[in-house]
Design a binder for this molecule. Structure first.
Ligand SMILES: Nc1ncnc2c1ncn2[C@@H]1O[C@H](COP(=O)(O)OP(=O)(O)OP(=O)(O)O)[C@@H](O)[C@H]1O
Length: 334
């Protein structure tokens, strides 16, 4: 969309270097630590690796240190200790060279309500000293199209829904081609339709080769859009890796549907099955690791006269993995 924009020399330097450094990691932190002035340890020794081309979910309950990490990655605040590299360059030292390649949407977009969506973007683009004014209109039109706001481009931003405002913020982040997009809770406060729109946009951008780093406190959101994830709790990294591996690390749940749930639960407990949960005609429990044990359980239920309507093992979700890792539920306030 911005093929005719002249790239400043400093940017091509970053581009040529990034391919060869950090083994394809777009973000890499080492023992990254932030202690706020009041003494609060917000991020504690974080080693994070975000592979190029991934949609990376940065997951954790409110207050777990996600925003603090993102602010350090973007060079907005200095770490207390440790280091962060973005596109192969140290932050915040190389912020001026790195940031033109990074689109960011942090803590909601700053918009002028009295201006139209299009005029907001024109203004935003004009604030970028490296953006060629001759191609400005074309750039803005392409960005509006990209996020599906062409029809609403002339409306004042204050009349936009929250989802439209969020998309306008994304359009601003996409005025230039980006190697990395950093989105802090991009679907926060959106209705299901708005969430779907943002998710499908993220998938499209990823398909075009942009690495997307997004924070969220919603496990199912991460499962739906992310290829990789890291889980934070109280400033510390609990786990990171491909989403499929994280979920596979947790055992699935055995689910028995039956008109005799109390008997089924009793038999499963007698057989030594852990974590038996009874809910109307559905009894679930921790799945045994061997198939043979499953067959024995089924047979024990039938022998005890339990009428079994369904007997299956449900695939572990990221939530199961999280519970297995932390021993607690993923309860978040707000
Ligand atoms: N400027 C600040 N000064 C002091 N403490 C802060 C500051 N900003 C954040 N904190 C504290 O640091 C911890 C981590 O906060 P942070 O905002 O990074 O978490 P988060 O995971 O992004 O949560 P949320 O989703 O609520 O933004 C919290 O305990 C928070 O109260």
């Amino acid at each position: 969309m911005t093929g005719s924009v002249r790239e400043p020399v400093v940017e091509s330097t970053v581009e040529s270097v990034v391919e060869s450094v950090d083994d394809g990691a777009v973000i890499r932190t080492r023992a990254l630590t932030k202690r706020y002035r009041g003494g609060q340890l917000a991020v504690d020794g974080l080693d994070l690796t975000v592979p190029a081309g991934s949609v990376f979910g940065f997951l954790g309950p409110n207050g777990s240190g996600k925003t603090t990490t993102i602010r350090m990655l973007m060079g907005l605040i200095e770490p207390t200790a440790g280091s962060a590299r973005v596109l192969g360059h140290p932050m915040p030292r190389a912020a001026r060279a790195v940031l033109p390649h990074v689109g960011a949407l942090i803590e909601g977009p700053a918009l002028y309500g009295f201006l139209s969506g299009r005029d907001n973007l024109l203004r935003y683009d004009a604030a970028d000293p490296t953006a060629d004014p001759r191609t400005r209109r074309a750039r803005v039109t392409a960005a509006l199209e990209r996020v599906g706001l062409t029809a609403a481009a002339g409306k004042k931003a204050k009349a936009y829904s929250l989802g439209m405002k969020q998309r306008l913020g994304l359009a601003a982040a996409l005025l230039r081609p980006r190697r990395l997009l950093v989105l802090d809770e991009p679907t926060n406060g959106l209705d299901p339709q708005g969430m779907r729109e943002i998710r499908s946009l993220v998938r499209e951008l990823a398909a075009e080769g942009t690495t997307v780093f997004l924070s969220s406190h919603l496990l199912d959101e991460i499962e739906q859009v992310c290829t990789h994830a890291a889980v934070m709790a109280q400033g510390r990294l609990i786990v990171q890796g491909p989403v499929a591996d994280l979920a596979a690390g947790a055992r699935g749940r055995l689910v028995v549907t039956t008109p005799d749930p109390a008997d089924a639960a009793r038999v499963l407990k007698e057989q030594g099955v852990a974590d038996v949960v009874l809910a109307e005609e559905r009894v679930s429990a921790e799945a045994p690791s061997a198939d043979r044990e499953l067959a024995d359980l089924n047979s024990a239920l039938v022998k005890a006269g339990v009428r079994v309507r369904g007997f299956s093992v449900e695939r572990a979700s990221l939530e199961d993995a999280f519970v297995a890792l932390t021993g607690e539920g993923f309860d978040v306030a707000g």
